[in-house]
Design a protein. Structure first.
Length: 126
């Protein structure tokens, strides 16, 4: 198990249900709505690897989008952030999304972003 370094305000989604997933060109957004009063958005510019049991899925896999959609209405049970390594969101179904924070995983400047009423956190790539 990895060591959790800093969670920033991403910890707000712990215990919350994901209400939708949005596929936008070459990145995704995970939307969490709190009683239709607050919307929290986690944007993964580096597409996550999906871990379901002993299986791993990447964007080119046929099941990738279906698995992401199956997480709608699922609760986030654990968040792990290893600075410079990865952000991992674990859902109640024991499916994990891992967003790499390593430069070789994405050619852009940012790996991920989280916004809520409490502010904005951006994970820059080294």
């Amino acid at each position: 198990m990895s060591i959790q370094h800093s969670v920033s305000h991403l910890s707000e989604v712990s215990g919350k249900e994901m209400s939708s997933v949005v596929f936008i060109s070459d990145y995704i957004q995970l939307i969490f709505e709190e009683d239709y009063k607050e919307t929290m958005i986690f944007t993964a510019f580096t597409l996550p690897t999906i871990r379901a049991g002993s299986s791993f899925y990447i964007r080119s896999d046929i099941s990738y989008c279906n698995i992401l959609c199956s997480l709608i209405n699922q609760t986030v049970t654990e968040i792990d952030i290893e600075e410079g390594i990865a952000i991992t969101l674990l859902f109640q179904s024991n499916i994990a999304l891992e967003i790499s924070l390593k430069r070789e995983a994405n050619g852009g400047q940012e790996a991920a972003m989280f916004s809520s009423e409490n502010g904005l956190t951006i994970w820059q790539l080294p």
